[in-house]
Design a protein around this ligand. Structure first.
Ligand code: SF4
Length: 413
C-alpha cells in the first residue's frame, strides 16, 4: 500500500526543513500538509504564519489544507491553564488538540500515517510529542511518525533555509498566555496590539501585505527580494482637540510626543508655510497645522521625539480656547520591509509603498499591484522593469531612504 502522510504544520520556519526531510525519507509517499493553529493570537499572526507555510509548500509541490481558526475552542480547552509555564499542562492540551484534529483529517482522507513539524522546534519536548502522537495514532488506527527532524544538522538546515527563503520568524510560540509570561516585565506587549484598521509601519498587517504580494509574484515565476530594516516605530493611542469646547476632527503628525495631561492653550502666533497655516500655541510647544487636505500631510522626512503637531482642515479663531490631549507610544524594535520584484538593476521601475495611515487611508490596494504584475510579467521577466514596494512610507519615507543605494542609475517610470 502506498504511504499517505498527513503532516501537521504550525509555521513556515518549522516546516521548511521538516518537509524536505520527510520527502527524502519517504520518497514514494504521498505527502499533504495540514495547517492547523487555533492557538495563535492574534488572527493577523495566524494569517502571517499561514502565508509563509503556503509559500514553502508551494515551492516543494506539497498541497496544504488550511484548518479553521478555531480560537474559541482553544480558549475553552485551556481554561484554568492560563498561568501554566511553556512546556506545561496547557501545552499538552494544545498539542493534543492539534494532533487529534490532524489524525481525524488523516482518517477522513484515507491516509495511513501522520506527523507534525512541531517535532522540529528546539523549544518543544520531543518525548512528550511522541507520546501524544502515538497515543492518538493508536486511537485512530494510524501510524505516528516520530521523526526527530532536529538531528543530523536539522536545526542548522532549518536556520539556513529560513534565511534563504526570507521567512517570517515569529518571536513567541503562538498563544497570548505564553506572550504574557514572556513579556511580563515590559508592561506593554506590542505583538498583541492592533491599532486602527490600517497597515501601520512595522505592523503585522504591513508585513502580511508584503508577503501576500510576494507569494503572488512568485506564483507568476518572478524573482523577489525582501530587504528588512529596523526603525523606531510610533503609534497613536488617543488624541483630542477641542476649540471653544467643540471637538475638532484632526490627525496627529507621526512621532509627535505625548502630552502629560490636558493642555489648555491659546494661539500665540500664526504664519503661512507652503500650503498650510501654522499655529504656534502659547504652551507646550504644540503646533496646529490648518490645511485643505490633512490626509495628504504625511511625514516627509524621518523625525523622532518631536513636539506634538495636530493637523486639521477646520479654521481656528485667533482668540479661541483650545484643549488638547495626546497619548502615543514609541516602539524601539520596529521592523519593516522593502520588497523588490524582478531585477533590482532593471532600467526602469514602478514604485508603491506598503503602509497606510491608522484608519487605512493613503495606501495601495494589493489587487491593483497584482494586476500590474500580471500585465507587466514579460517585461519584469526580461529584466527591463522592476517593481519596488517600500515599507514605512508614512514614517518619513524610511523604506525609500533605506533603499537609496543604486537608485541614481535607475529611471523611474
Ligand atoms: S505556549 Fe505554545 S504550545 Fe504552549 S499552549 Fe501556548 S501556543 Fe500552545
Amino acid at each position: 500500500m502506498e504511504d499517505k502522510i498527513l503532516v501537521h504544520i504550525c509555521c513556515g520556519v518549522d516546516a521548511v526543513w521538516a518537509l524536505r526531510k520527510l520527502k527524502m525519507d519517504f520518497p514514494d509517499a504521498q505527502i499533504k500538509g495540514f495547517f492547523y493553529d487555533p492557538n495563535i493570537h492574534p488572527e493577523e499572526e495566524y494569517e502571517l504564519r499561514w502565508i509563509e507555510t503556503l509559500r514553502i509548500c508551494e515551492d516543494l509541490g506539497i498541497e496544504c489544507i488550511k484548518g479553521d481558526y478555531d480560537i474559541e475552542r482553544w480558549i475553552d480547552l485551556t481554561k484554568g491553564l492560563e498561568n501554566e509555564p511553556e512546556r506545561g499542562k496547557r501545552c499538552t492540551v494544545c498539542h493534543d488538540l492539534r494532533l487529534e484534529e490532524t489524525a481525524k483529517l488523516a482518517k477522513k482522507l484515507n491516509f495511513n500515517k501522520f506527523t507534525t513539524v512541531l517535532l522540529m522546534s528546539p523549544k518543544k519536548d520531543f518525548q512528550v510529542l511522541k507520546d501524544v502522537g502515538e497515543s492518538i495514532g493508536r486511537k485512530y488506527g494510524l501510524e505516528f511518525l516520530a521523526v526527530d527532524f532536529r538531528k543530523k544538522g536539522g536545526v542548522e538546515n532549518m536556520n539556513r533555509l529560513s534565511k534563504e527563503y526570507q521567512l517570517y520568524h515569529q518571536n513567541y510560540c503562538g498563544c497570548m498566555y505564553a506572550l504574557f509570561q514572556q513579556r511580563k516585565d515590559k508592561g506593554y506587549i506590542s505583538e498583541l496590539v492592533s491599532f486602527g484598521r490600517g497597515r501601520i509601519a512595522g505592523s503585522r498587517e504591513e508585513l502580511l501585505f508584503i508577503k501576500d504580494i510576494r507569494i503572488f509574484a512568485e506564483s507568476l515565476g518572478l524573482k523577489v527580494k525582501e530587504d528588512k530594516f529596523k526603525f523606531i516605530g510610533w503609534r497613536l493611542i488617543r488624541s483630542v482637540l477641542t476649540v471653544n469646547k467643540e471637538p475638532v476632527p484632526h490627525r496627529v503628525l507621526p512621532y509627535s510626543s505625548s502630552l502629560k495631561s490636558v493642555l489648555r492653550a491659546k494661539v500665540a502666533r500664526s504664519y503661512e508655510e507652503e500650503d498650510k497655516v501654522v499655529l504656534n500655541l502659547n504652551k507646550g510647544n504644540v503646533q496646529i497645522w490648518i490645511t485643505d487636505n490633512p490626509e495628504a500631510e504625511s511625514l516627509k522626512k524621518p523625525r523622532l521625539f518631536t513636539d506634538p503637531v495636530f493637523i486639521t482642515d477646520n479654521s481656528i479663531p485667533q482668540d479661541a480656547k483650545i484643549e488638547l490631549q495626546l497619548e502615543a507610544d514609541f516602539i524601539p524594535d520596529s521592523e519593516s520591509t522593502n520588497l523588490i520584484i524582478g531585477n533590482p538593476d532593471a532600467e526602469s521601475y514602478v514604485e508603491f509603498y506598503s503602509d497606510t495611515l491608522p484608519d487605512g487611508s493613503l495606501g495601495f490596494d494589493p489587487e491593483k499591484i497584482k494586476e500590474l504584475l500580471i500585465s507587466n510579467r514579460e517585461k519584469i521577466l526580461s529584466g527591463m522593469l522592476s517593481v519596488r514596494i517600500y515599507g514605512a512610507e508614512h514614517c518619513g519615507k524610511l523604506g525609500r531612504e533605506y533603499s537609496k543605494i543604486g537608485e541614481k542609475s535607475l529611471k523611474k517610470l
